[in-house]
Design a protein around this ligand. Structure first.
Ligand code: HEM
Ligand SMILES: *[C@@H]1O[C@H](CO)[C@@H](O)[C@H](O)[C@H]1NC(C)=O
Ligand SMILES: *[C@@H]1O[C@H](CO)[C@@H](O)[C@H](O)[C@H]1NC(C)=O
Ligand SMILES: *[C@@H]1O[C@H](CO)[C@@H](O)[C@H](O)[C@H]1NC(C)=O
Ligand SMILES: *[C@@H]1O[C@H](CO)[C@@H](O)[C@H](O)[C@H]1NC(C)=O
Length: 500
């Protein structure tokens, strides 16, 4: 009898012990959670677009390291260089994951696509493949003729419109997209054969439709339960758009499969990838090739376009900077030939202008979201596994504690900082193993384009008023009002321009 009582007692004690562990888990030292978090929606009620503005405001009030809730997602928001450094050095591997979004799945932002692949063997393979076969300096060098041709075609268009008001964004867009399509397909399509550029534009429109259908942040991402209910019938529409997109890509691949370019210098990226496929058809599937084309078109186009548009806008509002850049080019390149890509490396002030533009208008204001794959420590706080990381680079790069007159466009400040990556206060391309692999390509395109525009033309605003620098809403920090400007050829450059 006594024995039985003892067993009852033991069972009761055990049950209590287990239950209390569930009910009262050991309190972890979590980061502060900022403003009031409501049940279910968390902090989502606070958000207005653009998100990086809202988050910057919250962090200036509540601190540089916050653990927020977007619905049921835990989000670590970071807005100080030292905390960012901790995330991308000590904890770089832990944060090398990407969160998965429903919309991402349909955009192809999933495992087959480098930018959104989970951290692991597959991502490493993709990253290695693109580093060697696409972004290596040998390969980039091979494609330099394509970039030169594109820039010359832009100069021609501007010459044909001299002293007229021109809208710059669409010109930059055509240049960038054409450059990308020519790298991918290896053919020159402008002039009388514009088929592929049209196709690429259709692709861009498709992406737009997808964003339109889902909204850039989809409510089902934050309330996973809704996924089961099939709440807003998004899936069907997405699947349809996805099919259209894959068909576009597949057609490009089939075209190349039929006619393979044998010449070594003329090899397009698709040719390169198809050669790899012959060697290892199991790994280099069409799906992988489609994923790579897609990441080039989505991650590489608009980022480059907006950077050039912001840079020209800043130059038009700061004519003394424009004059100084022109003087640098006149001294180093001269006016008896067109500037080329090897000149760009010798134009430090032009680089300062590009960096200062990327400081004020980083095309990835919150970088790309990361996710922790295990528990870790940041700033002395415990960060649970599965937390989404947003590094507010936009806020860091405008922080008055780190930068003098932070909102002013002063390219000279970049001279003194040199390799400004120190301190993590300037990293428009991110940092660590998930940082942007397209930096070299982007800097070449932006450098050559801006340099050529400055060398060949005199620029002025459309009217007396300053260019409106308001940010629009969109994933890659677009300008709210597209830039319009007027230019006329510089007399000394006219003969070179008219020969193009
Ligand atoms: C001025 C232009 C550009 C800017 C400002 C920019 C910025 C960024 C940023 C901030 C990230 C995220 C880093 C992180 O997650 O911490 C990123 C990732 C990425 N970018 Fe860029 N980028 C630019 C141009 C390009 C170009 C031209 C390409 C390709 C053609 C490209 C391809 C990628 C890819 C593939 C990733 C994902 C890497 C990964 O997840 O492993 N980017 N970029
Ligand atoms: C002027 O610009 C427009 C639009 O960008 C372009 O289509 C047209 O070809 C240009 N005109 C000339 C003569 O180059
Ligand atoms: C790029 O920007 C244009 C607007 O200029 C937009 O229509 C398009 O959807 C964007 N594409 C991507 C992939 O974000
Ligand atoms: C650029 O021009 C210089 C001077 O004419 C020349 O030496 C150099 O090879 C050119 N570079 C390219 C990439 O065309
Ligand atoms: C511009 O920024 C890059 C980092 O993105 C850095 O490597 C480079 O040294 C900077 N150049 C200048 C002139 O500030």
């Amino acid at each position: 009898m006594e024995m039985l009582a003892f067993y009852y007692f033991l069972a009761f004690f055990l049950a209590f012990f287990l239950l209390s562990k569930r009910l009262f888990p050991k309190r972890k030292n979590l980061p502060p959670s900022g403003p009031l978090s409501l049940p279910i929606i968390g902090h989502l009620y606070l958000f207005k677009k653009p998100l990086h503005h809202t988050l910057a405001r919250i962090s200036s009030q509540y601190g540089p390291i916050l653990l927020l809730k977007f619905g049921s997602r835990r989000v670590l928001h970071v807005s100080s260089p030292s905390v960012a450094e901790e995330c991308f050095t000590t904890n770089d591997i832990v944060f090398a994951n990407r969160p998965h979004f429903l919309l991402g799945k349909y955009l192809g932002f999933d495992n087959t696509v480098l930018a959104f692949a989970s951290y692991g063997q597959h991502w490493r393979n993709l990253r290695r493949l693109t580093t060697h076969e696409i972004f290596s300096s040998t390969r980039l060098h091979m494609f330099s003729k394509i970039r030169t041709n594109e820039v010359h075609s832009l100069l021609q268009r501007l010459l044909g419109n001299s002293s007229k008001t021109v809208e710059m964004k669409s010109m930059f867009f055509d240049l960038t997209l054409n450059n990308m399509m020519m790298m991918i397909t290896g053919k020159r399509y402008y002039g009388d054969n514009v088929g592929v550029l049209d196709k690429a534009k259709q692709f861009q429109e498709l992406v737009e439709d997808m964003f339109g259908a889902g909204g850039a942040s989809n409510i089902e991402d934050f309330f996973p339960l809704l996924k089961w209910v099939g709440f807003n019938g998004l899936e069907k529409k997405m699947v349809r758009l996805q099919r259209k997109r894959d068909q576009f890509m597949q057609e490009l691949i089939e075209e190349h499969r039929m006619v393979r370019s044998q010449s070594k210098d003329e090899k397009s990226l698709i040719d390169v990838l198809l050669s790899l496929q012959e060697g290892d058809p199991k790994y280099y599937t069409d799906e992988i090739i489609i994923g790579i084309i897609q990441v080039l078109l989505t991650a590489g186009t608009n980022t480059t376009v907006v950077t050039m548009e912001w840079a020209m806008s800043l130059l038009l509002n700061n004519p003394e900077v424009l004059k100084k850049a022109q003087a640098e080019i006149d001294t180093i390149v001269g006016q008896d030939r067109l500037l080329n890509e090897s000149d760009v490396a010798h134009l430090p002030y032009l680089h300062c202008i590009i960096n200062e533009t990327l400081r004020l208008y980083p095309a990835g204001p919150l970088l790309v979201p990361h996710e922790s794959s295990e528990e870790c420590t940041v700033g002395g706080f415990t960060i649970p596994r599965g937390t989404m990381l947003l590094v507010n680079q936009w806020a860091i790069q405008k922080d008055p504690k780190l930068w003098e007159e932070p909102t002013k466009f002063i390219p000279e400040r970049m001279e003194s900082t040199g390799g400004v990556r120190e301190g993590y206060k300037f990293m428009p391309f991110g940092s660590g193993r998930r940082s942007c692999p397209g930096e070299g390509l982007a800097m070449r395109v932006v450098g050559l384009t801006l340099g050529s525009l400055i060398q060949c033309f005199e620029w002025e605003r459309d009217d007396e008023e300053l260019i409106d620098m308001t940010e629009g809403t969109g994933l890659t920090l677009p300008k709210a009002k597209p830039l319009v400007a007027k230019c006329k050829p510089r007399p000394a450059m006219l003969s070179f321009l008219s020969q193009l």
